[in-house]
Design a protein around this ligand. Sequence first.
Ligand code: UDP
Length: 343
Amino acid sequence: MAKILVTGGCGYIGSHTVVDLSDNGFTPISVDDFSNAHKSLTHGISELLGKPLVNHEVNLCDLAATEEVFRQHPDIDAVIHFAAHIYVPESISHPLKYYRNNLNSLINVLDCCGKYGVKNLIFSSSCSVYGNAEELPVTAATPHGEAECSYARTKQMGEHIIRDYCTSNPEFNAVLLRYFNPAGSHETSKIGEAPILENTHLVPIITEVANGHRESMTVFGTDYPTRDGSCIRDFIHVMDLAHAHTKAVEFLLQKKNDKACEVFNLGSGDGVSVLEAIHAFEKVTGIKLNYSLGDRREGDIAAIYADTTDSNERLEWVPKRNIEDIVKSAWDWELAKQDVLGI
Ligand code: UDP
């Protein structure tokens, strides 16, 4: 069984990926310092694995501690690197925190891959690398645009660092996965989205309004040049997203890559507007949401969605769940999460 080191393995996408890897016959090992994950989530992960999760509580900016993880696991076949600071507003107010953490941790992981002979890396990138793309849908060949925040710039820089590293090390292969808008949770509600800081993403805000954690919500902007005036995004179910990582591991281990560094978009390929997402939630739950129509949010782009032809064909990955599945599973998790997290 191939051993996969998952950095950020207790975070939102990381935890779902750890479970999907294990479901598909891989042995995941997690590195997570719980800087943006609840320790109590490890119980749900372990339950789904059917055995205790192996997690190393290490900050990847600490090179010696990171090396020790690689030393303890000399048989790692691939690394999936999720661990990063991910809050857009915080990245705008604290850019150095983002550059220091997101870049140093990546450099340390690459250093250790080189030193300990790990030849395959999968990197969590983001559709934010495209900036405000002029042509939709965006393909993996669409160039980087002007980044809207430091977080997005760390993802652009991370991609450049990995490309340069692949060039310098002919045996090293990487897949850059650009996520669109991940949402939803595992169908058992044993794991789900549980950020340490306040949620800023649409789907968890919808579920928090529905259960009364928030009084109301605002649709940010209804005068965009879109079919109903609200922004359009490409929501992707976290379990579909997690499975794309398993496919990317198989892609690299089976040497299906044409280039040392390959890029794939991970979205559904369909744009859904903010109002459509709200209405999908109201339809599947029967709950009327308390929302108002408001001004645009600074930094938002009107519309972005993915061309997924490459990921469908070359990665052999096709998402199975739609926006209704997403909001339904997010709602189930909202109802379960206080018990699961013990908060
Ligand atoms: N959004 C909204 N109200 C909210 C939160 C988000 O209207 O309370 C909109 C936001 O303006 C954007 C879309 O939902 O158009 C997705 O935002 P999110 O923060 O989830 O993801 P982003 O695409 O910004 O990474």
